[in-house]
Design a protein around this ligand. Structure first.
Ligand SMILES: NC(=O)c1ccc[n+]([C@@H]2O[C@H](COP(=O)([O-])OP(=O)(O)OC[C@H]3O[C@@H](n4cnc5c(N)ncnc54)[C@H](O)[C@@H]3O)[C@@H](O)[C@H]2O)c1
Ligand SMILES: [Zn+2]
Length: 351
């Protein structure tokens, strides 16, 4: 097990990563007034774990899935916290994937202007990405993560034991963010390429999780609230990914990140921001996870949803985080018409 410190200005976090990390809960929660948030699926699978680790603490069980990442679920958590008379020094434990983590994190930041938060991510995506860094959110009126806060958890407990119950589709989803991290860090990219045959092996995923967490911690420490621009790099593939995710739904967030990276790698290459060889190596890795790119109907309409992306500054401008040299990224701003034109052209060529 590795211990990774995230030294942010607002509040430092300690991440325990690897086999046996859940044992740390004994000292983390010792003497604390605990309130647990989870979802129906995780509750069904980990009832025993919850009883064993959180004793008689109140448990708020949310409906599972991105479509429930909304104000109804948020207020369900806040109402239950009030009912349970959670006080300001209480500790909210988020046990679940990124959806639970984002909503519970938001509730922790809002309830009485902030209670202690502990994240126990149970999906690969949540372990490598969403549980670390303090971004919290719900979706609203069709816009992803539009209501949210920056609020650091005190502890994050990433234990690979949770991955054993995860369907392959969810591993694929987490691999979306892992491949994204590879596009931002040359050493991680090398490791992914060396292990291209075992990307879905749990032993490999345990190892790469700690690498991704360490990378993200480094970025978040330098730019906690996405002010200097560095943290934006974590949004690679997300402008197009989010737009398609919102428009078409069904597939997982991570799969859309991979599809977004695929489209955007062609834009980067076309505009000479990324060399052909590097764009190709990224596409090869994406192909290892994704296997097949689906056919998207009315992709121009879907691409226009990118206008709602939070990175945009101008009214009709779309911001993209593109791969540049190995381990480097570049931000590009395009008018919506240009962007939509590229996406249509690429879709015509590759799908
Ligand atoms: N805060 C951030 O920085 C950040 C970063 C990346 C993604 N996100 C957000 O994360 C969300 C996606 O997270 P996700 O992919 O974890 O989705 P999710 O939370 O919906 O989990 C996926 C599915 O797996 C189930 N599940 C969870 N743990 C399980 C386990 N151990 N075994 C079996 N099933 C399990 C869930 O019930 C759900 O059905 C998106 O809303 C995205 O916006 C946030
Ligand atoms: Zn993401």
């Amino acid at each position: 097990m590795q211990t990774i410190e995230v030294k942010t200005k607002s509040h430092p976090s300690t991440v325990y990563c690897g086999k046996g990390a859940v044992k740390q809960l004994d000292h983390i929660l010792d003497g604390k007034d605990v309130f647990v948030v989870t979802d129906k699926n995780v509750y069904g699978l980990y009832k025993g774990f919850i009883a064993e680790n959180f004793g008689g603490a109140p448990v708020c069980v949310l409906p599972a899935g991105e479509r429930h990442k909304n104000r109804t679920s948020l207020f369900m958590i806040l109402d239950k916290m009030l009912d349970a008379r959670v006080r300001r020094n209480g500790t909210l434990v988020a046990l679940g994937g990124g959806v639970v983590g984002d909503m519970a994190g938001l509730a922790a930041s809002l309830y009485m202007r902030g209670v202690h938060a502990v994240q126990i991510p149970t999906t690969l995506l949540a372990q490598v990405d969403s549980s670390v860094g303090g971004k919290t959110a719900i979706d609203h009126r069709g816009v992803k993560n539009v209501i949210g806060t920056f609020y650091q958890p005190e502890y994050v407990v990433c234990d690979p034991m949770f991955l054993s119950t995860l369907p392959k589709r969810e591993l694929k989803c987490g691999l979306g963010e892992i491949v994204k991290t590879g596009a931002l860090d040359a050493e991680i990219l090398d490791k992914l390429e060396r292990n291209a045959e075992r990307l879905f092996d749990l032993a490999f995923l345990e190892e790469i999780t700690a690498d991704c967490v360490r990378f993200k911690a480094g970025v978040v420490e330098k730019d906690e609230c996405e002010r200097s621009g560095l943290r934006k790099c974590l949004n690679m593939g997300h402008t197009t990914g989010h737009a398609l995710e919102l428009f078409y739904g069904r597939r997982s967030h991570g799969e859309y990140v991979l599809i977004g990276m695929l489209f955007e790698s062609y834009i980067a290459e076309k505009l000479d921001i990324c060399a052909h060889d590097h764009a190709e190596e990224l596409r090869a890795l994406i192909g290892r996870v994704l296997k097949r790119v689906p056919h998207f109907k009315n992709i121009a309409d879907a691409a226009r949803a990118a206008l709602y992306d939070k990175k945009n500054q101008g009214k009709n401008e779309i911001s993209l985080i593109l791969p540049a040299k190995r381990g480097e990224f570049a931000e590009l701003r395009l008018t919506d018409e240009k962007y939509v034109g590229y996406i249509e052209e690429i879709a015509g060529g590759i799908i």
